[in-house]
Design a binder for this molecule. Structure first.
Ligand code: M6R
Length: 602
């Protein structure tokens, strides 16, 4: 959610901030803003919607002042509607703040500050930070003390940057729960901040990924931390990995097409001739482990459910899956014979990160399956297994999911291998199938064309049911989530065998059933389930290698010899179908409404 950036230095401050925000925009695009400061002047620009609105506003302002420092923000609204008034930076009388996260006790603080005469203009939680700072600054007359007292009073999760006319050479910063990085720039006296590393790559000498409760004050003289003991300087890759659309209409489309290639990277060095190896851990990991618990959100949660079938089926180990936001507050019973696996594309999802910390606190061994190295989760987990999908820009996850499933499938096989619970022949079949995954993820022209044509039939109706059994149930969940998030049509994923326990009551011609009918897993069972729906007049779109008479529409997949290969083929079909429906509806495929790429608030 939200992205924040800050800059002190001699380059054109506003350009550095806007470039940084461009890198973070996919994390939140309800509004954006910057505040710029020098000894004489403080200027703020805010605009609703995407970043180019802000850029346009700044360009037409003819502001030729040179600013010594500045802070910027791109917002995903939590408190208060997406309006210009609610856009960051928020201001008091003479100070500005940008904030990523949520201030949970903002109501109490706001009441208190109002009783001291402070006036609020926005509906956000963030505004209390800057008023609290000024409240203390007015009496203490020390920016640093005022800032330290401010952060002491804040509850919730936050990373903040604050500037003030009272100390025009400084940017104050603090991290508690949400990510923040501080860096020395390449030039003398340059300091940069960002809530993830992308805006900093190529601009910095060295960086600190701040730990929780770490804060300080920066100026062109350098960076002073409130507590040096938590500070560890490191470096970033020197060149930026740019994600470009490369001729595709959308990042999502490019990322769907890329899957076949990136899964080869995922398997590289891990899939051997006769076995699976992971450099990230060794056999001692599973010593004393009787159970696996997986925790994640959204698409990553669907990868987790898929993995639970594979861990139990292949590695013969008990496996349960939890939605991170539920897990955190259910007072779970955690035992040390449980291996805790979190799955996250970004490595920053607040609920998943907190679940991981909880498991660690309880002494569980932990692994994160993650796409972003150096993310918060990779720094907390005992072991990080990177999915190597490359930058995923589309808010709707595609290649993150396929690479997660491949990693988890390989992990299940690794455990099976160590526990010697699979016959040589079965292991051989699995390894052979893994090698075929890249070809199953290839986008075939005829399939893409079919989804394009079919998409026009599925633009209305009163809802979609995606149904499947076994691993095709989480795939159905994923298909439904893809459709919901970019088409804004109501869709549900359901276990096919469960429809008759209630949802079948909804069946009529305006109910669209997308049926996942693999040849190699419970075909006859799912066929009966689909027949039941067809008998009740639901419109059926069957996805299967085998033709199915009762289907109103049929997308034929290739005949494969392993159900997981059918899984990946069908995944591509579902991704394309939701994208084409979204295109026909005229939606923003890469930046769908109300969403953000990385959810760093709980
Ligand atoms: O970065 P994470 O994998 O932890 O993100 C979890 C979910 O927010 C994410 O998968 C979300 O559901 C996607 N937009 C789905 O396409």
């Amino acid at each position: 959610m939200c992205g924040i950036v800050g800059y002190i230095g001699k380059q054109k401050t506003v350009n550095i901030l806007l470039d940084g925000l461009k890198e973070l925009e996919y994390r939140g695009y309800d509004s954006a803003g910057v505040a710029l400061l020098n000894q004489n002047k403080i200027s703020v620009y805010k605009a609703l919607g995407k970043l180019n609105n802000l850029e346009e506003k700044i360009n037409t302002s003819n502001d030729n002042e040179s600013y010594d420092l500045g802070i910027g923000h791109t917002r995903w609204a939590t408190h208060g509607k997406p309006t210009e008034l609610n856009a960051h930076p928020h201001l008091g009388e003479y100070s500005y703040v940008v904030h990523n996260g949520i201030i949970e006790n903002y109501k109490e603080l706001k009441d208190e500050l109002i009783s001291h005469g402070h006036k609020f203009v926005s509906q956000t939680d963030t505004e209390v930070i800057v008023h609290l700072f000024e409240y203390y600054q007015n009496s203490l007359n020390s920016c640093q003390e005022a800032f330290e007292k401010t952060v002491e009073r804040l509850e919730g999760a936050y990373s903040i940057l604050l500037i003030s006319k009272a100390c025009p050479e400084n940017i104050f910063f603090f991290k508690h729960g949400s990510p923040l990085i501080v860096a020395h720039g390449m030039n003398e006296g340059e300091v940069l901040f960002a809530s993830s590393d992308a805006p900093l790559i190529g601009l910095c000498k060295d960086v600190v990924y701040l730990e929780d409760e770490c804060g300080g004050v920066a100026s062109k003289e350098g960076i002073v931390f409130f507590d040096e003991s938590q500070v560890q300087w490191g470096s970033l890759p020197s060149s930026k990995q740019f994600a470009q659309k490369e001729g595709y209409r959308f990042f999502m489309e490019k990322e769907i097409y890329e899957q076949s290639n990136v899964v080869s990277d995922t398997m590289l060095g891990r899939l051997q001739d006769q076995s699976i190896t992971f450099d990230e851990f060794d056999a001692s990991l599973i010593q004393g482990i009787n159970e696996i618990k997986i925790c994640a959100c959204g698409t990553s949660y669907h990868a987790g459910i898929t993995a639970s079938y594979l861990f139990e089926r292949l590695a013969k180990v008990k496996c349960s899956v939890e939605i991170a936001s539920e897990f955190r507050y259910k007072e779970p019973l955690l035992t040390k014979d449980t291996l805790f696996i979190v799955i996250s594309q970004s490595g920053e999802t607040a609920d998943t990160l907190e679940a991981l910390k909880m498991a660690k606190k309880n002494g569980l061994k932990s692994i994160v399956v993650c796409n972003v190295d150096n993310s918060s989760m990779t720094r907390v987990a005992d072991h990080s297994v990177l999915t190597r999908a490359g930058i995923e820009k589309g808010v709707a996850s595609t290649k993150a999911f396929s690479t997660q499933v491949v990693v988890l499938w390989m992990m299940a096989l690794y455990f099976a291998q160590q526990k010697k619970v699979l016959s040589q022949e079965a292991m051989h079949t699995e390894l052979h199938a893994l090698r075929e995954v890249p070809s199953s993820l290839l986008v075939l022209d005829k399939v893409h064309e079919k989804t394009r044509r079919l998409s026009k039939r599925y633009l209305h109706g009163h809802g979609f049911f995606f149904i499947g059994r076994d691993v095709f149930f989480p795939l159905a969940l994923e298909g439904a989530l893809k459709l919901k998030e970019i088409s804004y049509l109501h869709a549900e994923g359901y276990p096919a065998g469960e429809m008759k326990h209630g949802p079948i009551a909804l069946a009529d011609p305006e109910l669209f059933t997308i049926a996942l009918m693999p040849q190699h897993l419970l075909y006859d069972k799912i066929k009966s389930n689909v027949e039941e729906l067809s008998a009740r007049d639901s419109t059926i779109c069957a996805i299967s290698p085998l033709s199915f008479d009762l289907a109103d529409d049929f997308i034929q997949t290739n005949v494969k010899d392993h159900y997981m290969l059918e899984f990946f083929e069908m995944l591509v079909v579902l991704q394309l179908l939701s994208m084409e429906i979204s295109v026909r509806l005229g939606n923003d495929v890469d930046m769908p409404r109300n969403l953000a790429k990385s959810v760093t608030v709980e």
